[in-house]
Unconditional design. Structure first.
Length: 130
């Protein structure tokens, strides 16, 4: 009889080619929601990630700001932490209340499907100026 791959909530669990780093959960169901609390708490420092979403046409030398869905993921698990839309006039977005000790990935999606997603990884939160 053939071995059937395990699934969790419709997600196929595929064995990793390398061992998991220390502290990584074994599967999606093993990852408690409480695991995210230190990443969003003020205990390790109050920080933020902010930037601007812009598009640039080949025919136009200057980029123009756009409103796009922006998702914040925590590394190394890539679990979604927050989501927002960039400002339609300025293209600016901001995520507040982030841990200064964590690393994050930001993904900006084009809901119109004219452009591919833009990804920035390895981001650290910046300290809030008093």
């Amino acid at each position: 009889m053939a071995e059937v791959p395990l699934t969790t909530h419709g997600v196929l669990l595929v064995p990793l080619l390398q061992p998991r780093p220390a502290g990584w959960p074994q599967s999606v169901v093993d990852r408690p929601v409480a695991w995210l609390k230190p990443l969003l708490s003020h205990a390790t420092g109050l920080g933020y990630i902010a930037d601007v979403v812009e598009k640039q046409e080949k025919s136009d030398p200057a980029p123009s700001p756009v409103s796009r869905r922006v998702v914040l993921l925590v590394e190394p698990t890539l679990q979604q932490v927050a989501e927002t839309w960039s400002d339609p006039v300025t293209g600016a977005y901001r995520f507040d209340g982030l841990s200064m000790s964590a690393r994050f990935t930001v993904v900006a999606y084009d809901h119109l499907r004219n452009w591919r997603a833009v990804i920035a990884d390895g981001l650290a939160a910046k300290a809030v100026q008093p």
